[in-house]
Design a protein around this ligand. Structure first.
Ligand code: HSE
Length: 412
């Protein structure tokens, strides 16, 4: 059996190396007589690469070669990746991808084509890098009704927040360090503004609840506006700030999906997930809480997940695995303003006692927070849970309070 890899970047080169390094055991586990990498597609030249003889620039060579039964997509983006993956599936080839943007945007369509063509479309590496999560959710937790998912799904932002919390670095300092270490891109938008986490929670929500979730239907906030004063107030409250991607099934059949910085209590299993590590807490009706933890990015951890899918695709080359979800539906994603949550609020007030009294009258008792060296007129508090939109409207209506920062408070 022959395999082609499209995209010879960090993950693609890791896939080629792993297929070589563990060749014999991979062939054995795939239950094939052989499993060989035949082509690597990339527009760039790699004259010094040990794989230079396999490098090609024309996708049609892969498409038109009947010996290629499994295509690995590690190009990223959705323009060429979508076109090449769709054509590969339509040509009856199984596809393995690490591309979260592709799955979050086009997963339903590509899974439908794979079903029609009786081939596999697998994407274990698209969420959580090397952490096994897609297959465990689809198979091992299949007997459960999933109630909710809460995850730290982006290593770069978790590294930045960890540096802010443990070393008192500002957001800008921590971001610079993350860029120096190669975690954050020169343009860090996808990570720090929450888009990467959003794509990943869309995939997990689709798997858990059975309908496609488009990233643009998800309320997404990043971590750019988090300050060291917010970090200090979180510590006073008894927790830390994490970028949490969450999805929860509601009683009315809708699903609440959000991404945003969140106060997480120290006793939560997610509070101790630091640096570039990822974790996802899945709450099932039979299992209770299950936590997946590990390296969510990086060359070899991600290649490990991709190659495991290649083995699975090879094993099931004659028989498609059931794997998929239904099309997106209107009004399926709840308005995040209606979701019940407690809020942390930081602002300024000249007469703090009057503001606290007004808050108590309007939204009930608030938990007032303190920190060292706070300006005289700074005020910070945590509310009781209520519908987010109503809570914000009532807080903004309190006379004498000017709100600077609002962060959700988790209940897990
Ligand atoms: N930029 C991502 C992260 C890589 O930092 O987690 C994996 O999607």
């Amino acid at each position: 059996m022959f395999v082609a890899v499209m995209g010879f970047g960090t993950v693609g080169s890791g896939v080629a190396e792993l297929l070589d390094k563990n060749h014999d055991s991979i062939v054995k586990k795939s239950m094939q007589d052989s499993l060989e990498l035949k082509y690597i597609l990339d527009i760039r030249d790699f004259p010094d690469s040990p794989y230079k003889d396999k490098l090609i620039k024309d996708f049609n060579i892969i498409l038109n070669d009947p010996e290629i039964e499994i295509v690995v997509e590690t190009m990223g983006g959705v323009t060429f990746a979508y076109d090449f993956v769709k054509k590969s599936l339509l040509a009856g080839k199984s596809v393995v991808t690490s591309n979260k943007e592709l799955v979050a945007q086009h997963g339903y369509e590509l899974l439908t084509i794979a079903n029609e063509k009786n081939v596999n479309f697998l994407f274990e590496a698209s969420v959580g890098g090397g952490i096994p999560i897609i297959r465990p959710m689809a198979q091992c937790l299949a007997a459960n009704e999933i109630d909710s998912i809460a995850g730290i799904l982006n290593g770069t932002t978790n590294y930045i927040l960890t540096k802010m919390i443990t070393e008192n670095q500002s957001f800008d300092e921590a971001l610079k360090k993350a860029q120096e270490l190669g975690y954050a891109e020169k343009d860090p938008t996808a990570d720090v503004d929450g888009h990467d986490s959003c794509r990943k929670i869309c995939i997990l929500a689709a798997l858990a609840f059975g309908k496609h979730v488009y990233p643009d239907s998800v309320h997404t906030e990043g971590i750019r506006n988090i300050t060291l004063s917010d970090v200090a107030y979180a510590a006073c409250w008894g927790g830390v700030i994490k970028l949490i991607a969450s999805a929860k099934k509601l009683d009315n059949g809708q699903v609440n999906v959000t991404v945003g910085p969140t106060f997480v209590a120290r006793h939560s299993q997610l509070a101790g997930v630091d640096d570039v590590f990822n974790a996802a807490l899945i709450r099932g009706d039979a299992t209770g809480d299950v936590v997946f933890y590990g390296k969510g990015a990086g060359k070899m951890p991600t290649a490990s997940a991709v190659v495991a899918d290649v083995i699975d695709a090879a094993k099931h080359i004659e028989k498609k695995k059931f794997f998929g979800w239904d099309a997106a539906e209107d009004n399926y994603i709840a308005d995040y303003n209606t979701a019940v949550t407690a809020l942390y609020v930081r602002g300024t007030a000249d007469d703090k006692q009057a503001v606290i009294k007004a808050l108590n009258d309007s939204i009930g008792a608030v938990h007032v927070l303190t920190r060292e060296n706070a300006p005289e007129n700074e005020i910070a508090f945590v509310t009781n849970p209520a519908a987010e939109g109503e809570l914000k409207a009532k807080i903004n209506a309190v006379s004498g309070l000017s709100v600077t920062s609002v962060i959700r408070v988790a209940d897990y």
